[in-house]
Design a protein around this ligand. Sequence first.
Ligand SMILES: C[S@@+](CC[C@H](N)C(=O)[O-])C[C@H]1O[C@@H](n2cnc3c(N)ncnc32)[C@H](O)[C@@H]1O
Ligand SMILES: [Zn+2]
Length: 355
Amino acid sequence: MDFFKEGKASFFAEDKQLKKAEVFFNPKRKFDRDLNILLVDSLMHENSSGLELFSGSGVRGLRLCIETGKFSVFNFNDIKSKEIVERNLELNGKKLSKIDKTVTSFDSASFESRKKYDYIDIDPFGSPVFYLDSALKLLKKGGILAVSATDTAALMGSAQKACMRKYGSVSLKTAYSNELGIRILIKKIIEEAAVHSIKLLPLMFNFEGNFVRVYFKSTASMNEENVGYAYQCSNCPDRQVKEEIKCSYCGSKMHKIGKLWLGPLYSRKHVMKMLSTLNEENLNFTEDSLSKLSNYLTRISNELEVFSYYTTSEISSFLKQPELSISIFKDKTVLSPKGFRTTKSFSDLLNNGLK
Ligand SMILES: C[S@@+](CC[C@H](N)C(=O)[O-])C[C@H]1O[C@@H](n2cnc3c(N)ncnc32)[C@H](O)[C@@H]1O
Ligand SMILES: [Zn+2]
């Protein structure tokens, strides 16, 4: 067991890189946890109750409790690491003294509780779909749901059968597969929430290689027509959200992708709130964290709200031309270093000299 510090929390854990790690901790997810803390700090009220269904070492829950000051009740749950979470809570004792803490070791798929929570966190290995039911049953109206997925092969088009089985959708390997994965994950969670008569607004996302995380707020009203299909040409980069059998640019067959979420991947209003919290409040992030968060949120808030992005590499390989520099495009995306968004169709983009 090793000793770590992250943000304001101290804890014992094992680096997940180590073989046979008993208590999971991935130091590479620090930015993701920073973003999580800023989101909770900006968007939640005081005296909230929280439930972390997959605590691992407890680092995320500990940091949420200590650094946001928004929780008066927090339940840490992990099927495997109850003792170490208890030890880590003791280690941070003084900083947590005002919080009513519980540590449990239930299987999250059948987690039950008599009380409901303002914040629920699902951060499993692999797919979160098995845990949505128990989480949604316990989410308060107006509450926030955070969901991670690491089964990116299924979500992003490499394991199509697994995607159909778990998410009920067809994914596809494309230059923008990470966006397809996020949209399929959002669709699945929104669909599951509807079964519980809960409407969810997507607030924010984070994609880091084989890891995706999405946040929602349960709300009274939302446009339900935002779920549907997308169509990708089997030959060229052209894609559409309106039904097309043949590509309008090259006439080839279109692949049908979905169902997926076609609405915004984030809520501009809530992203702006996070940015103003970051700029105005004396948060205890390091300079490095502050600049990464500010850069990320500023980029997200400036993204065009359109389905999918093109990459300079897919266009150059299709046109058999040298690759254009991404710097010439105004509407870049955080989802790919070579990705840009446009409201133009593929043929209009080419007709306008790719501007
Ligand atoms: C990805 S780790 C959680 C990481 C933690 N949230 C963090 O930010 O460091 C997944 C955790 O889920 C636990 N786990 C796996 N299956 C579970 C289940 N069915 N119910 C509850 N916990 C489970 C594992 O013991 C592991 O600690
Ligand atoms: Zn085409």
